[in-house]
Design a protein around this ligand. Structure first.
Ligand SMILES: O=C(O)[C@H]1O[C@H](OP(=O)(O)OP(=O)(O)OC[C@H]2O[C@@H](n3ccc(=O)[nH]c3=O)[C@H](O)[C@@H]2O)[C@H](O)[C@@H](O)[C@@H]1O
Length: 449
């Protein structure tokens, strides 16, 4: 595959310099006339002056150009009166008691649902998302449209862009950050390890740096950890007090690292931080990289699906699948019980201890993946072609099961949706969104199970 032409300023300058070196070292230099030398140097000087001028006038882009990965070079610029108006309007609460929340990953599955729920009850919500192509970006753009219809603006940008973050915190006195932007997916970490470091570690630290040292007031932060931090833990149901020092995937390791990083920023800067360990969240507007989603697609297309069974014995792997609406209630509960940060804006010493919490948000009822498949078969009125294989050693764990008593005690978290009811809602959304007609008798096209 031919890579696209690189038009970045850095690369142009490098090419120019290497051209200059070549010209100077080659014997042909001797035959370059003094006129062409002068012309050449004048052009170079003009180029340098133009780059300096551009850099001074676009500080945010200068960060991207000199220090950030190439992916950020293509991120759109921000600023301007219309853009600022949208930012302010979206983040202003409608209710007098409303909070103002920056939702990172608002174009994502959990982020879009939480943004809508916050907006519905009168809170101010501003989204931030880089709309990367880990999975179909058009689904993210459709969620963005839905949010826009509900008065929620999503800024197109990356959490690694500190210039952008600082600008947002200069404009809006956010009371809270709901940090959901991340590189998700357990098995993909073997294919693209760096993307996990970029988003889940570097991006998280960048956000915490700005929140701790720049934002005034300092916001309280609720963020997405993962059930995968339990890794090779065998005690169950998984409780927050169980061991989390044996992650099975790099994804899990970055989430676990996030929990330790949260401890540091809480300890030094007094940031109020709450990590939520999500357990295999599913539902309408979900993620196409997750098994329930691509199983649905493949079953409808008559394509064979691969179902993992546990390496120990012949047992199926199982997950504590958790419905999106339950998780949204958990996120809002965590935001509502988050205490204020206690640090001095500007990165000074904290005034006193700040809140540091971690909670499981699961369904408390693990279901084998084979059962997930048979529920889908019934709802879709189609038989799955199954290839049952031993779970590969690629970061997966055989079993998850949440104990949610801590979240229940602290903010009344109580999951109410079983897998069959939740998948029914997912399938209804899926066939509507992709315009699919099911061969089924029931009124809404979905077979009762
Ligand atoms: O709860 C979590 O912490 C994690 O939940 C999911 O990870 P996972 O539970 O592995 O979800 P899926 O990738 O949808 O897999 C669900 C189940 O299907 C199984 N599976 C997956 C893929 C496949 O081809 N076949 C198959 O049987 C997996 O072993 C797993 O038991 C998300 O992808 C993570 O981002 C999230 O952090």
């Amino acid at each position: 595959m031919v890579s696209p032409p690189d038009t970045s300023k850095t690369t142009k300058l490098e090419r120019y310099n290497s051209y200059l070196r070549k010209v100077n070292s080659s014997s042909s230099t001797k035959i370059v006339t003094s006129t062409s030398k002068i012309l050449f140097r004048t052009t170079l000087l003009t180029a340098v002056v133009m780059i300096l001028f551009f850099t001074i006038n676009h500080p945010s882009l200068s960060i991207a150009t000199t220090r950030r990965p190439r992916s950020l070079l293509s991120s759109p610029s921000f600023g301007g009166a219309a853009w600022e108006k949208q930012v302010r309007k979206s983040s202003t609460p409608r209710s007098p008691t409303g909070i103002s929340v920056l939702v990172t990953g608002a174009g994502g599955f959990v982020g879009s649902h939480c943004s809508l729920a916050l907006r519905k009850r009168g809170d101010g919500v501003l989204g931030l998302d880089n709309f990367n192509s880990y999975y179909d970006p058009s689904l993210k753009r459709s969620r963005q449209q839905l949010l826009l219809k509900n008065g929620i603006f999503i800024v197109d940008g990356d959490i690694n862009n500190s210039g952008l973050l600082k600008k947002l915190f200069d404009m809006v006195p956010f009371t809270h950050i709901l940090h959901l932007a991340a590189q998700a997916g357990v098995r993909y970490a073997m294919k693209n390890p760096q993307s996990y470091i970029h988003s889940n570690i570097a991006g998280f630290v960048n956000l915490l740096e700005v929140a701790a040292k720049h934002a005034d007031p300092q916001p309280a932060i609720v963020w997405a950890s993962s059930s995968s931090v339990y890794g090779l833990n065998t005690a169950n149901p998984f409780s927050e007090s169980h061991r989390t020092d044996r992650p099975a995937s790099l994804y899990a390791a970055t989430k676990k690292a996030g929990e330790e990083i949260a401890h540091t920023y809480n300890h030094i800067y007094g940031l109020s931080l709450t990590g939520l360990r999500f357990f295999t969240v599913y539902g309408p507007w979900g993620r196409p990289d997750m098994a329930y989603f691509f199983f649905t697609k493949d079953i409808l297309n008559g394509k064979t699906i691969t179902v993992f069974r546990s390496a120990e014995g012949q047992k199926d792997v199982a997950r504590d699948f958790t419905y999106i609406d339950d998780v949204v209630k958990g996120c809002l509960g965590a935001l509502d019980t988050a205490e204020k940060s206690t640090g001095v804006p500007g990165g000074g010493k904290k005034r006193g201890p700040a809140q540091l919490r971690v909670y499981n948000l699961g369904n408390t009822s693990p279901v084998p993946v084979s059962k997930l498949v048979s529920i889908l078969e019934n709802l879709l009125s189609s038989k799955a072609k199954k290839n049952i294989v031993r779970m590969p050693a690629n970061g997966d764990v055989p079993y998850t099961h949440a104990n949610v008593s801590l979240a229940h005690h602290d903010f009344g978290y109580k999951p109410t949706t079983d897998l069959t009811s939740g998948l029914r809602k997912f399938v209804k959304w899926y066939v509507g969104y992709y315009g699919i007609h099911l061969k089924s008798e029931s009124s809404d096209g979905i077979k009762d199970v």
